[in-house]
Design a protein around this ligand. Structure first.
Ligand SMILES: *[C@@H]1O[C@H](CO)[C@@H](O)[C@H](O)[C@H]1NC(C)=O
Ligand SMILES: *[C@@H]1O[C@H](CO)[C@@H](O)[C@H](O)[C@H]1NC(C)=O
Ligand SMILES: *[C@@H]1O[C@H](CO)[C@@H](O)[C@H](O)[C@H]1NC(C)=O
Ligand SMILES: *[C@@H]1O[C@H](CO)[C@@H](O)[C@H](O)[C@H]1NC(C)=O
Ligand SMILES: *[C@@H]1O[C@H](CO)[C@@H](O)[C@H](O)[C@H]1NC(C)=O
Ligand SMILES: *[C@@H]1O[C@H](CO)[C@@H](O)[C@H](O)[C@H]1NC(C)=O
Ligand SMILES: CC(=O)N[C@H]1CO[C@H](CO)[C@@H](O)[C@@H]1O
Length: 507
C-alpha cells in the first residue's frame, strides 16, 4: 500500500473525496489530483489533464515552458483540459482546443496504485500530426498496448504546442524577448522533467522511462536523443521512434519568411512580438490555421528547426558524427511505404519537382539525386518522387538511428500491415482494426518487452512462434505484416541516407 499511503486526503476535502471514495488521489505538492476514472476492462486508473507547465498565454505565448503555479484550493478531477490549437482548425465539437493546453494524462494499473507492483517502468507517448495537429489522447487506445506488457507499466502522454505557437523560428522571432525556437520540443522535455519529479508518487520508476512516438512524435524523439548534440544527459533510458518524420532543412531565411507571414495573417505589422502576444486567442488561432492554408511547401513548413543550440545540426548528421546521447537504447520502425501520402501526384518531371522542393539546390546535388533514384527503377514519376520523400522525411532518420554507433542495443522493424502507408503500424498498435489480431497482440507484446527489458524478445527467447528479433546489424530486423511476424533483411545504406544526412540540398 505504499502508493496509497502517499495519497493525501486533506481533512477539509474528505467529505468531497468520499463521494468518489474509490478513486485515488495523488498530492503533487503544487496541485492535488484525483483519478478521473477507473476502467474495469483494463484494470487501470486514468488521471486526466494534469497541468505540467504554466499556461503559455499572454506574456508566455511563444515562451519556453515554465512551472505551473501552485493550486491546491480544490482536488482536481481532470475535467479541465484541452488540446493545443490545431491547423487546420479542428472540426467543431470533435476536440476541445485552447492555447492553455500544457496538460498530460497518466494511466496507472490498479496493482501499482495499490502498491502491489512498485517502481514500474514508464511509457511516455509523444503524439504525431506533422507538428501542426494532434493531441495526447488522440491515438486510439493505449491501454490495449499496456495490456500486453509482461509487467505493469505506467503510461504518460503530454500535449505540446503546435504550428506557429510551437515551432515559430527565424531571427526576428528568436531575437525577441523570452522566445524560443522549437518551443514544442521544449514542452516535451518539460513533461519529461515532470516525470522525473512526480512519477514516483504514482508508483513509477523514473530511471526506467521509454519515450515512444509516431511520425512527428518519432521525429521529436530523434531530436530528443540528439538534443544539444549529445551534451549533458537525457532523462529517459529507451526510445521507440515509430516512422520518425520531419523535413530536416529549415534555415533562418525560410523560418523568417514563415514567421513574417504568420505575423501579417494575425494583423501584426509592427514587427514586435508584443503585438502577437496581445492579440486575442481567436485571432492567433485563425492566423495559425490560415498559415497552413497558404502554399507553404512541405520543405518550408513548420516543424523543428536548426537553432544552434537544442538542434545544433541536422539530426541524422549528428548521429553520423556520434553527437547524440549514446546511452539511449533504441528500437525504430518504418512503415512499408511512407512517402506516397506526402508526394504531389500532379508532378510529371522528376528534376523540376526536386528543384521546387529544394529551391536553393545546386545542379550537382540534383544530379546526385537522379543517380540515387534512377528512372528505370520506378514505374512512374510519382513513385520515384515517393521514394525520395520516404527517404528524406522518414527512412533515413530511421537508418541513422538504427546504425548509430553506441554500446547500447539497436533494433529495427518494418510494419507492412495493409495498406502499409505512413502510420498504419502505429494505428494497429493502438487498436485500429488492421491486421490479424493475434499478430497485432504479439506486436504489442514485443513493444512492451522493449519498454520493460530493453529487449523486444520475451522470456520465451523471442516474439512468439519461435521468431527471434535480432539486433540491427547491417540490415537485420523484423517485419510485422498483416498475417505474420518474421525476420527480414531490411538492407543497409547504399549511400543515399549518408548523402541526405549531409544536407547538400539545403541553402
Ligand atoms: C466523482 O467525481 C466526478 C468528477 O469530479 C463527478 O463528476 C462525479 O459526479 C463524482 N461522482 C459522484 C458519485 O459524485
Ligand atoms: C473501459 O474502456 C473501454 C475503452 O474505452 C470501454 O470500451 C469499456 O467499456 C470500459 N470498461 C469499463 C468497465 O468501464
Ligand atoms: C463551426 O462553428 C462556427 C461558430 O459556431 C460556425 O460559424 C461554423 O459554421 C461551424 N463549422 C462547421 C463546419 O460546422
Ligand atoms: C504562393 O506562391 C506564389 C508563387 O510561388 C508566391 O508568389 C506567393 O507569395 C505564395 N503565397 C504565400 C502566401 O506564400
Ligand atoms: C503539384 O505539382 C503541380 C505540377 O507541378 C503544381 O502545379 C502544384 O502546385 C503542386 N502542388 C503542390 C501542393 O505543391
Ligand atoms: C508502381 O510501383 C508502386 C511502388 O512499388 C506500386 O505500389 C504500384 O502498384 C506500381 N504500379 C503499377 C501500375 O505497377
Ligand atoms: C527478456 C528476455 O528474456 N529476453 C531474451 C529474448 O531473447 C533473446 C534471444 O533469444 C535472449 O537473449 C534474451 O535474453
Amino acid at each position: 500500500m505504499r502508493v496509497l499511503s502517499s495519497i493525501v486526503l486533506l481533512p477539509a476535502l474528505v467529505a468531497a473525496a468520499a463521494i468518489n471514495a474509490t478513486l485515488p488521489i495523488i498530492d503533487l505538492g503544487y496541485a492535488i489530483h484525483r483519478a478521473m476514472r477507473y476502467n474495469a476492462t483494463f484494470d487501470t486508473y486514468t488521471f486526466s489533464n494534469i497541468r505540467f507547465a504554466a499556461a503559455p498565454i499572454g506574456k508566455l505565448r511563444f515562451a519556453p515552458p515554465t512551472s505551473p503555479p501552485r493550486n491546491r484550493a480544490t482536488i482536481q478531477d481532470g475535467s479541465v483540459g484541452a488540446a493545443c490549437p490545431q491547423a487546420p482548425l479542428a472540426p467543431n465539437g470533435t476536440i476541445g482546443v485552447s492555447e492553455d493546453c500544457l496538460f498530460l494524462d497518466v494511466i496507472v494499473p490498479r496493482s501499482v496504485i495499490e502498491g502491489k507492483a512498485r517502481n514500474v517502468p514508464v511509457l511516455f507517448w509523444i503524439f504525431g500530426g506533422g507538428y501542426i495537429v494532434g493531441a495526447k489522447d488522440a491515438q486510439g487506445e493505449p491501454r490495449l498496448v499496456l495490456k500486453e506488457s509482461p509487467e505493469p507499466v505506467i503510461y504518460v502522454a503530454p500535449n505540446y504546442r503546435l504550428g506557429a505557437l510551437g515551432f515559430s523560428a527565424g531571427p526576428s522571432f528568436t531575437l525577441s524577448e523570452n522566445t524560443v525556437p522549437n518551443a514544442g520540443i521544449y514542452d516535451q522535455m518539460f513533461a519529461l522533467e515532470w516525470v522525473q519529479k512526480y512519477i514516483p508518487l504514482f508508483g513509477g520508476d523514473k530511471e526506467q522511462v521509454t519515450v515512444m512516438g509516431i511520425s512527428a512524435g518519432g521525429g521529436s524523439i530523434m531530436h530528443l536523443i540528439s538534443a544539444y548534440g549529445g551534451r549533458g544527459s537525457v532523462n529517459f533510458k529507451r526510445a521507440i521512434p515509430l516512422s520518425p518524420g520531419f523535413y530536416p532543412m529549415m534555415a533562418h531565411a525560410s523560418s523568417e519568411k514563415i514567421y513574417k507571414l504568420f505575423e501579417s495573417l494575425a494583423g501584426c505589422t509592427c514587427s514586435d512580438i508584443e503585438c502577437l502576444r496581445a492579440a486575442p486567442s481567436s485571432t492567433i488561432q485563425q492566423a495559425n490555421s490560415a498559415l497552413f492554408a497558404t502554399n507553404l511547401s512541405a520543405s518550408s513548413g513548420v516543424g523543428p528547426v536548426l537553432d544552434g543550440n537544442l538542434v545544433p545540426d541536422i539530426p541524422a548528421y549528428l548521429f553520423l558524427r556520434g553527437l547524440f546521447h549514446k546511452e539511449v537504447e533504441i528500437m525504430v520502425s518504418d512503415d512499408f511505404e511512407e512517402g506516397s501520402l506526402f508526394t504531389n501526384r500532379s508532378e510529371t518531371n522528376f528534376e523540376d519537382a526536386i528543384r521546387s522542393t529544394f529551391p536553393s539546390i545546386t545542379p550537382d546535388a540534383v544530379a546526385k539525386i537522379v543517380s540515387f533514384y534512377p528512372a528505370s527503377s520506378y514505374n512512374s514519376t510519382f513513385w520515384r518522387l515517393a521514394a525520395v520523400t520516404s527517404d528524406i522525411i522518414f527512412n533515413c532518420n530511421n537508418f541513422a538511428m538504427a546504425s548509430s554507433e553506441s554500446p547500447k542495443k539497436r533494433y529495427r522493424f518494418l510494419t507492412s500491415i495493409p495498406p502499409g502507408t505512413h502510420a498504419v503500424g502505429a494505428a494497429a498498435l493502438f487498436g485500429a482494426p488492421l491486421g490479424d489480431p493475434a499478430v497485432v497482440r504479439r506486436f504489442r507484446r514485443f513493444v512492451m518487452n522493449f519498454v520493460v527489458y530493453g529487449d523486444p524478445n520475451g522470456s520465451d527467447g523471442g516474439v512468439g512462434n519461435g521468431v527471434v528479433f535480432p539486433e540491427y546489424n547491417a540490415g537485420k530486423g523484423l517485419e510485422v505484416s498483416g498475417t505474420e511476424i518474421k525476420q527480414v533483411d531490411l538492407g543497409g545504406d547504399t549511400g543515399k541516407c549518408t548523402w541526405w544526412s549531409q544536407g547538400f540540398y539545403t541553402p
